[in-house]
Design a protein around this ligand. Structure first.
Ligand code: NAP
Length: 293
């Protein structure tokens, strides 16, 4: 069993981006600028946004965090998004999900200028991904592809089973794995909560991407020997033995599944770290397009 080390790999990509930014800065360029909007004070969202801001600092990006109270109106939020769309030195805009119930996620996603959509959630970004055109690929699936690429995991002709069909993880993951590219060229089965006999599918999989948000869901009896297992899940589980009162749990029963795998991602230190690296990569691309490098 080998570990797909997201933390180490993300550092490699962040170092590469930092070197590119330093070279551009040496030629007189400004810094790439990412703006994150955070609504309310959800603990997990606070943590994710803090990691994104920290990554920006590490690699020489400018970052701005804009906070709104939970009761912010959709109108106010949209006005801020429109202002950022028009601000010349803002390259990337992300609105941290989930949003409060009274704000429509689709409306906010559509309001972000597609040129600044570094999360890759805008229909234009998703359409471009489907057509194989240049654009922003959602950060989590993109990060997984970067991880498979870094470790040169053989994916061509393999059967990949993706568990979960969300528009930000499972569905784009299925598209990327089935693309005619390296990594890619998988035969993909996309599964969800209505899939009958999921275990029948996962037992045939050479590659499993677990992205359903159910802690320890994928058990050893669902995985064939030699499989590659990617664990996307992040759930906070109560744990009084830790000072923070919780631990992060993936969708895979790591201890039982890992011995059967050829490759597996840990949680934490797997996909989460790669998501941040992919977001930084998208922001660098946005910046380079804007300054026309
Ligand atoms: P989501 O929008 O809630 O989607 C979950 C998907 O899982 C749905 O398609 C659902 O099916 C499917 N599902 C639920 N129960 C199932 C079951 N028993 N069998 C098969 N499929 C089942 O979640 P998401 O946003 O994709 O996130 C999934 C997980 O990844 C969460 O833990 C989230 O925190 C984590 N995540 C991690 C990162 C990272 O950077 N590591 C980034 C994003 C998300 P239906 O469509 O039929 O309801």
């Amino acid at each position: 069993m080998n570990i797909l080390d997201g933390k180490k790999t993300a550092q490699f990509y962040k170092d590469t981006i930092a070197a590119e930014v330093a070279a551009l800065r040496a030629k007189g360029s400004r810094k790439p600028h990412l703006v994150a909007i955070l609504i309310g004070s959800n603990g997990a969202s606070e943590t994710y946004v803090a990691s994104k801001v920290k990554a920006c600092e590490q690699i020489g990006f400018e970052s701005t965090l804009i906070r709104f109270e939970t009761d912010v109106t959709e109108e106010t939020l949209l006005a801020e998004v429109h202002r950022l769309n028009e601000t010349a030195d803002v390259d990337g805009i992300l609105v941290q999900l989930p949003l409060p119930d009274h704000i429509r996620e689709d409306t906010v996603t559509l309001a972000i200028d597609a040129e600044k959509d570094v999360d890759g959630f805008h229909p234009e970004s998703l359409g471009r991904m489907l057509l194989g055109l240049p654009g922003y690929v959602p950060a989590t699936p993109k990060g997984i592809m970067m991880l498979l690429d870094y470790y040169n995991v053989d994916t061509a002709g393999k059967h990949a089973v993706v568990i979960g069909r969300s528009s930000i993880v499972g569905s784009p993951m299925s598209v990327l794995l089935s693309r005619n590219s390296k990594p890619g060229n998988c035969t993909v089965t996309l599964t969800h909560s209505r899939t009958v006999d999921l275990r029948y599918h996962t037992l045939q999989a050479d590659i499993i991407v677990a992205a359903l948000g159910k802690p320890l869901f994928l058990t050893a009896d669902m995985v064939k020997d030699g499989a590659v297992v990617i664990d996307v899940g992040i759930t906070r589980m109560k744990d009084e033995s830790l000072s923070k009162g919780y631990r992060i749990c993936g969708d895979v029963d790591f201890d039982a599944v890992a011995p059967k795998c050829s490759w597996i991602t840990p949680v934490p230190g797997g996909v989460g770290a790669m998501t941040i690296a992919a977001l930084m990569q998208n922001t660098l691309e946005a910046f380079k397009r804007r300054i026309k490098v």
